[in-house]
Ligand binder design. Structure first.
Ligand SMILES: [Cu+2]
Length: 289
């Protein structure tokens, strides 16, 4: 191994750095090609669209990543210090225009392709027979409200007198008769192959409703209702988590999504209906949370 003369850089240093970069690119590509950390399988049609879009994006960005990193490795070795005089470049306007335009087209193109999957669940109206469920994020729990037998949600009112937020966590207004039969739960139950329209809101800070298998992650924002619909096609239980750092208890803010048969869903709903008329549904935070 011959070391450079005084005032010259070492080919070894530049070479090792280039090799290191090439190795890192190789490891990164291996992790993705071998799918070492796969997402759990999706349970919605839109989820499949999102996965396809994800793969398209990964291919495009993957190719750009590999080419640019290998180019960098080459440049590090090729333009290493040999004791030559430093030359100065003012850049190349043509190249600047070309890669800026290419980047813009690429990002706009990917955005346009992804638009359908995004709009389908957020902007398109849900089916008329979709089950309506209101989702409320509140430090550090998720609450789910079903409209009950009357099919109507009662009013919520955080300013009512004698509000007991532990027995009435979503602040149902007890003067509104439509709210008397509302069902409030701490877990989300939905029937399989039946569209569900979520009305996502928050009471205190920004939370985020996230279910990996649904490929849904939607912020819950105080003062807003963010609607979003999905149809689950696999019976099972899935974890719901909060994906926004919402406070000290954020790490334990999670719940469960139960996708069950239509019959099981109806049975469960019956069990939740309040035995005492005139009492708003009352829910305590789940134990052990
Ligand atoms: Cu949260």
């Amino acid at each position: 191994m011959q070391m450079g003369k005084q005032g010259e850089g070492s080919a070894v240093t530049a070479g090792l750095f280039s090799l290191f970069l090439v190795a890192m690119v190789g490891i990164t590509v291996y992790v993705f090609v071998q799918r070492l950390y796969p997402a759990p399988a999706t349970i919605t049609d839109v989820g499949k669209e999102i996965d396809a879009q994800y793969m398209r994006t990964l291919w495009v960005t993957g190719v750009v990543f590999v080419l640019s990193q290998l180019g960098l490795a080459w440049a590090i070795f090729r333009f290493r210090d040999r004791g030559q005089r430093v030359t100065f470049s003012r850049g190349n306007n043509t190249l600047e225009v070309i890669w800026t335009t290419a980047t813009i087209l690429l990002f706009l193109g990917l955005g346009v392709m992804a638009r359908r999957a995004w709009a389908e669940v957020r902007f398109a109206a849900p089916a008329p027979d979709a089950i309506q469920v209101e989702v409320t994020g509140k430090q550090f729990f998720w609450y789910f409200r079903y409209p009950g037998p009357d099919g109507r949600f009662g009013r919520v009112n955080p300013y009512q007198r004698n509000l007991d937020s532990s027995s009435n966590p979503v602040y149902l207004d007890d003067t509104d008769p439509a709210g008397k039969d509302d069902i409030v739960t701490t877990e989300l139950w939905v029937p399989v192959d039946h569209e569900v329209n979520l009305l996502i809101r928050a009471q205190d800070v920004i939370h985020s409703f996230f279910v990996r298998e649904l490929r849904i992650k939607q912020d819950a924002v105080p003062g807003m209702v963010n609607p979003l619909h999905f149809t689950a096609d696999q019976i099972g239980t899935y974890e719901i988590i909060c994906a926004q750092l919402c406070g000290l208890g954020h790490y334990r803010m999670h719940s469960t999504l139960h996708v069950v048969s239509e019959a099981d869903y109806q049975n469960w709903l019956k069990q939740q209906e309040q035995p005492v008329a005139g009492q708003p549904a009352a829910v305590a935070p789940p134990a052990g949370n």
